[in-house]
Each structure stands twice: as C-alpha cells, then as structure tokens.
Design a protein around this ligand. Structure first.
Ligand code: PMV
Length: 362
C-alpha cells in the first residue's frame, strides 16, 4: 500500500532532551460534506469538507521520558483520571503508528487529555483529541519545533487520520478537505489539506451554535456505522451523491449563494442519518428533540427569510450554522425556541476557528 511518509529511524530525535513536556490544543470540526464509510486502512470512501471550530477543543499534554531501548510505553489520563475505554484506544493507536515513530520504543509517555465539551456526544471529540495527540507526536519527532509549516501539518494530518478519519481535517484552520476529489487540486485520501479556495466573506466567521440534545455515549459508534457502509444497499448512490454535493457546495461558495449552500448542508446531514437508518441492521442516533429542532429552524427560516441552516454529526446534537451578520436575528430565536429543547438547556456557542495551537491555551 502507498504510504506517503516513510518511517523515521530507531534513534531518538537528535535534540530531544532526557525528559520534557509538549502541549497542543486542537479543535473539533463539523463536516459539511460528510465522510461515511471507509476502505483500506482508515481511508474514506468519499471526499469530505469541514469547518474547523474554535471553542470545542481538546488540550493534550504529552510528558516524555527517555528509557532503555524496548522499554517504551505510555500512560493515558482523561481529565486527570484513568479511563479504561479511552486507554485501550490510545494504546492501540500508539501501536498502529509505531512503524512511523520507532523511537517510541525508547520513550515513556504520559498523555493527558481535557475537552472543553462533552465527549462521545456527536461533537467530534475523537477529531480534536486525535489531532492534538498526532501533533504532539509529530512535534516529538521534530523537537524542538520552533515553527511549523505545511509539511509538518500534512504529516500530522496523516497521523491523525490513522486514529480517527475526521481528525485529519482538524489540523487546519477555517475549512479543510479530506479525500481525493477532482475539484480539489492536491486532495488526498491519505491526509487532509486546507481548503484551497478563497473562503467567501459570507462563510468567513461562520457561527455554529451546537445544541446538545444528549451528551451521553452513543449506542452505535462511528466505527460501527462506517463498517455498515460496506454492505449497504445504497452505498454506491450515497458516494455519488456526496461527490456531486461536493461540486455543488464549491459552486455555491464561489457564488456566495447561501440558499444553495444551506440546502446542500442539510441534504448531507439528513442523508448521513438516512444511511444509518437504512443500514443492515439499521439504527438511529436521532432523538425526538433533534427532529423538533430541525422543524423549528425550517419554520423560522421560512417566516423570516433568515440565513440559518443545520447539520448533524453522528449523533443527536444539532449544529445551527449562520453567518456572523445574522446573529441579531438568529440568537433570540435560538434562546427562546431552541435552548429549551436542549438537554439541561445546554448550547455551545462556537464558530469557525483558526486551527490548532501549540500549548494549552484556547
Ligand atoms: O472520524 P470518524 O471515524 O469518527 O467518523 C466521523 C464521521 C462523521 O462525523 C459522521 C462525518 C464527518 O465527516 O466528520
């Protein structure tokens, strides 16, 4: 299989001190064109396009200590506590990426991750966490990383992808594309790239109010959902639709056509959940409140000709997207009609962000 990044050597990075600490803060992202279904090793069946968030972030601290050869390993803590489920995922991820970083055999790592939002609730905590961890490990390889450029980010995106597909896109600010698509020059299934087009003013500072309908753990994970695409009766039609929607959304962006932009985003969100419902066996991650919110958004939009749209991740929470200039009209609606439908009235005011930052600040 083609792998764009060759393994580094067994020896420790030349300037790595005996011990130290690295931090990255990395955001979640919300897909406008959804990735659903994989092939090979964590490669997408279709290309996806996302908006990088600003407030929904993971802070990862990676402490390292040199050990004798072969005595490398890691401890993982989630918000300062042991977490057996996440621990298993992190250990298998480290095992998976070891061929690219053989020097991990000579390091003991202590990894601590903290989120600014509830995990496993359809807000892509795996995207923010895996991208932050991949950035930390790529920084180990390039220690001390004084500045970083596109090669560093591309490798981090490749590494993040091996942990969680959508994490590949979190490495970049504003908007990112992952998966080979004829309309995006240099796009790749192996890693994401920053959205190469100029982002029109209307989509700059796109606002995302996340309505937390249910912060609990999902009963069907994304991995299981992707798996069910393999024998899905509508898989081929869905892949065709995603590719066409990618073309259409680029055109809408180019023409600053909000109406078309919104209709594609909604078509993608509903198609994602339609694929879940029609999987064999079928499942639904939607809640009654999810559908009520969608209905209210449509009614409000029709009545007031407002620029607001919605999307869904693999979960019941609703992302309300609107341009910055529309806040005055939209925020009172969200406060009065949508917030009461959220679990414990919890909404997260997020927006398009500038991508990961070294250190543990937001
Ligand atoms: O990154 P994963 O493997 O958890 O898959 C996420 C897939 C969706 O969030 C539903 C869509 C996407 O493109 O982010």
């Amino acid at each position: 299989m083609y792998q764009p990044f060759s393994p580094s050597t067994e020896s420790l990075p030349a300037q790595l001190p005996p011990s130290g600490s690295i931090q990255w803060t990395s955001p979640s992202n919300i897909a406008l064109i959804k990735y659903w279904g994989k092939k090979g090793v964590q490669l997408p069946m279709n290309a996806s396009l996302s908006v990088t968030l600003r407030e929904s972030v993971s802070h990862v601290t990676l402490d390292f200590q040199q050990t004798e050869k072969g005595l490398g390993g890691a401890d993982f803590y989630f918000e300062g506590q042991e977490h057996p489920v996440f621990n298993k995922l992190v250990m298998s991820y480290l095992e998976h990426i070891r061929p690219w970083f053989p020097f991990l055999n000579r390091l003991w790592l202590k990894i601590d991750s903290r989120n600014s939002f509830p995990h496993s609730a359809g807000i892509a905590s795996s995207a923010s966490f895996m991208s932050a961890l991949a950035l930390c490990i790529c920084q180990l390889e390039n220690y001390p990383l004084k500045e970083y450029g596109s090669d560093f980010l591309r490798k981090a995106s490749f590494m993040a992808r091996l942990g969680s597909g959508s994490a590949a896109r979190s490495v970049y600010g504003k908007m990112a594309a992952w998966g080979k698509h004829p309309a995006i020059h240099d796009s790749s299934d192996q890693y994401a790239i920053p959205f190469p087009e100029k982002i029109p003013a209307i989509f700059q500072n796109l606002q995302d109010t996340i309505v937390v309908v249910d912060a609990g753990t999902k009963k069907v994970s994304s991995s299981q959902g992707h798996q069910l695409m393999k024998n899905h009766p509508y898989a081929q039609t869905r892949l065709k639709q995603a590719n066409q929607n990618f073309h259409k959304i680029l055109e809408a962006a180019e023409n600053s056509n909000w109406k078309t932009f919104a209709s594609i985003i909604e078509n993608e969100a509903l198609s994602l959940h339609a694929m879940m419902l029609s999987s064999i066996p079928g499942f639904s991650l939607l809640k009654q409140q999810t559908l009520e919110i969608i209905e209210k958004v449509k009614n409000f939009r029709d009545k007031h000709n407002a620029m607001i749209t919605f999307t869904l991740d693999a979960g019941p929470n609703v992302h309300l997207l609107y341009p910055h200039q529309e806040r005055k009209m939209v925020l009172p609606f969200i406060h009065d009609q949508i917030k009461p439908l959220a679990e414990n009235e919890r909404i997260i005011a997020d927006q398009m962000g500038n991508g990961p930052q070294p250190g543990n600040k937001k």
